[in-house]
Design a protein around this ligand. Structure first.
Ligand code: NDP
Length: 232
């Protein structure tokens, strides 16, 4: 029996857990994007080995402008039920038919294919809603599935927006509320120090304020906070 691979879910969500609108992000926050990039690439100082990996659903892959994909300096895995879905000939990019097979593929990846001498480092689940919610469901019903899944979602890096976005059509499962359902697998919000130590760099603490660049011609200041949640 192999040890499950730890997965870190990374997501930005409003107070009502909205994460998407019309197949794209409802906001454009450059510093938040920079946080995502730095976190998923990883830091040498966090004593990591190997190139990190990102797993995403097919729609999220298509939502990344062609010139920005694959996400650089990371192994990209795209999950789709379409056999032979065309990813172009992007380097370090792989297709998987399920989240489980995405994780198995990464576990078995020859070091050379990840672009470094070591095997794959940390693995992040970067969206979208379908994949997030399926992975969080895995956590919520351990009796049925966790013994067979090759992964365990044990960390959520949540950028919590304090600003609401109406008209969203895509939502994250309210994972923090699972606590009452199954006490043993409850989520706990880690301290800022724990987040900083795990990241290996000085993550900004407290409320951040940034202009949403999606909004043209007027000012829309968005407040958010970088949070880390871990499974007990
Ligand atoms: P996803 O990115 O989750 O992609 C869905 C597709 O992935 C499915 O159609 C299917 O592809 C494949 N897929 C999903 N689950 C499975 C599975 N269990 N097995 C095999 N294939 C699977 O799309 P969503 O529409 O759910 O989410 C996209 C939205 O989320 C967008 O609005 C996006 O902007 C937003 N988003 C927000 C983020 C945030 O942090 N706020 C981060 C990432 C995305 P196929 O149809 O090819 O079989």
């Amino acid at each position: 029996e192999m040890k499950p691979i730890p997965l870190t879910l990374i997501v930005a969500a409003t107070p009502s857990n909205a994460i998407g609108r019309n197949s794209s992000l409802p906001w454009r926050l450059s510093k938040e994007m920079a946080y995502f990039a730095r976190m998923t690439k990883g830091e040498a100082s966090a004593l990591q080995q190997g190139t990190n990996a990102v797993i995403m659903g097919r729609k999220s892959w298509e939502g990344i402008p062609a010139k920005f994909r694959p996400l650089p300096e990371r192994v990209n895995v795209v999950v789709s039920r379409q056999e032979g879905f065309d990813l172009g000939d992007a380097p370090r990019t792989h297709l998987a038919s399920s989240l489980s097979s995405a994780v198995s593929l990464l576990r078995d990846l020859p070091p050379a294919d990840s672009g470094s001498s070591a095997s794959v480092g940390r693995t992040f689940l970067i969206g979208g809603a379908q994949l997030y919610n399926a992975a969080l469901q895995e956590v919520a019903t351990p009796a049925q599935s966790s013994s067979s899944a090759p992964y365990s979602v044990d960390r959520v890096l949540l950028t919590r927006l304090f600003t609401e976005y109406p008209d969203c059509d895509t939502f994250l499962h309210d994972f923090a509320a699972d606590a009452g359902v199954d006490g043993k697998r409850a989520w706990r919000q880690a301290s800022h120090g724990e987040l900083r130590d795990w990241a290996g760099w000085d993550v900004p603490e407290g409320r951040q304020v940034e202009q949403d660049k999606m909004v043209k011609g007027e000012e829309k200041l968005v407040e958010y906070e970088f949070q880390m949640w871990v499974r007990q």
